[in-house]
Design a protein around this ligand. Structure first.
Ligand SMILES: *Cc1c(COP(=O)(O)O)cnc(C)c1O
Length: 397
């Protein structure tokens, strides 16, 4: 069993804060400051250009990719880091569409994060030739997978409601109908157990600044199933995805395997922070994290429902279909969340009326849940949110 008090001690948490927003941005691992300083001073400062070899910078996108791969059930050598999630969505979707050249429809759902839908829209417009994006309600995805679908592009856990799709079932249906399955793991990696190899996913993408705690702007990752690794054509054919980047050939030849999904120069300093976060992940298993996460979300739901009748649960009660967050609908949710943040309970708000709380066993325990519930009950029952200063909206909600 994982010692979660030991992992908790390895994060910096400001005094008086109960942090329930690790689903948006994970907190600072204590060792990240030192790890980043070492990269800046001892590596960049002293090694200069030789750091690409001597400090292993060039190999880091695949080294760290393998460490993330363990958390999402990926085979060794199938995950690489780089760029942002939006970019990786583009790459995965473009490659997937080429593997299914006779079909023209991409299927997604209305619970997907808008950036994925926007990226798909932009890519399909560039491709022209009759490509369309079909967006259905999350509960209609399975029925909508038919012989017209080229690619299913689904985010496993809904960022607003915390509803979780059945990845194995939808992947099997996609394959039965001849579609290629692309999964977005933004709210899954480090949150729920994922078995990419087991379910037979074709492509997967995700970010590392949410549950994985890699820091603001930490690089994204992409997974390509081994059966496609040498045939998927990278649409973003940058020099570091070339078979021989330092031969400086005039024409592009993709690298063998996952490295073809690299584009350009990797973010070395950001990867140093992520490396520190992954050291903490090495102390646990996703089975332990998932069991604890369900315990925490069950406890939170029970506590809030017992004290705050005005909050309406929108997250599934059923463990099979719940991610690692709990969301409640409340018409004045924005102001209520601002009032909670002012009292140290940090969650976030998603339009139009969702109050969202993320649960992250590495640094949140049952006592934090109970303390948060007590503060939420006070704010809601005494209408402490009903003040002008809590209603003014900031740029980032
Ligand atoms: C968080 C999130 C993103 C964000 O993309 P970035 O390029 O990292 O800004 C995209 N898609 C999903 C599903 C997300 O949850």
């Amino acid at each position: 069993m994982t010692d979660f008090s030991a992992t908790k001690a390895l994060f910096h948490m400001p005094e008086g804060v109960i942090y329930l927003d690790g689903n948006s941005l994970g907190p600072l691992p204590l060792s990240a400051s030192e790890r980043v300083a070492r990269t800046v001073e001892a590596e960049w400062g002293e090694m200069l250009i030789t750091g690409w070899n001597k400090a292993g910078w060039m190999a880091r996108p695949t080294d760290l990719g393998d460490r993330i791969g363990r958390l999402i059930g990926a085979e060794k050598g199938t995950v690489v880091l780089g760029d942002t999630l939006s970019i990786k969505v583009y790459q995965a979707l473009a490659s997937a569409l080429e593997l299914n050249p006779d079909r023209r429809v991409v299927l997604s759902d209305s619970g997907n994060f808008p950036s994925d839908l926007y990226i798909a829209e932009g890519l399909l417009k560039s491709l022209g030739r009759g490509y369309t994006l079909k967006v259905v309600a999350p509960e209609e995805v399975e029925a909508a997978i038919d012989e017209t679908i080229a690619v299913t592009m689904i985010t496993e856990v809904d960022y607003r409601t915390g509803r979780k799709h059945d990845m194995a079932r939808l992947t099997a249906k996609a394959h039965a109908k001849g579609a290629v399955a692309v999964w977005d793991l933004a709210h899954s990696a480090g949150a729920v157990e994922v078995d990419l190899a087991g379910v037979g996913a074709d492509f997967a993408v995700g970010c590392t600044y949410k549950y994985l705690n890699g820091g603001p702007g930490a690089p994204a990752f992409i997974y390509v199933a081994p059966r496609h690794a040498d045939s998927a054509r990278p649409a973003l054919s940058g020099w570091l995805g070339h078979d021989a980047p330092f031969a400086f050939e005039l024409n592009y030849r993709p690298h063998r395997g996952i490295e073809r999904m690299r584009v350009g120069t990797p973010p070395v300093i950001a990867m140093a922070a992520l490396e520190a976060a992954l050291d903490i992940w090495d102390m646990t298993t996703m089975a332990d994290v998932r069991a604890r996460s369900l315990e925490l979300t069950d406890r939170f739901i029970a506590g809030v429902e017992a004290t705050c009748p005005m909050l309406k649960l929108v997250t599934p009660r059923d463990h099979q279909t719940r991610g690692s967050q709990v969301s409640f609908a409340f018409p004045d949710g924005y102001a209520a969340m601002q009032a909670l943040i002012a009292r140290g309970v940090i969650g976030d708000f998603r339009a139009p009326d969702i109050m969202r709380f993320g649960f992250t066993p590495l640094y949140i325990g049952p006592q934090d849940v109970d303390a948060a519930v007590a503060i939420i009950a006070e704010v809601m029952n005494q209408r402490l949110w009903d003040r002008p200063e809590f209603k003014a909206r900031s740029r980032v909600t």
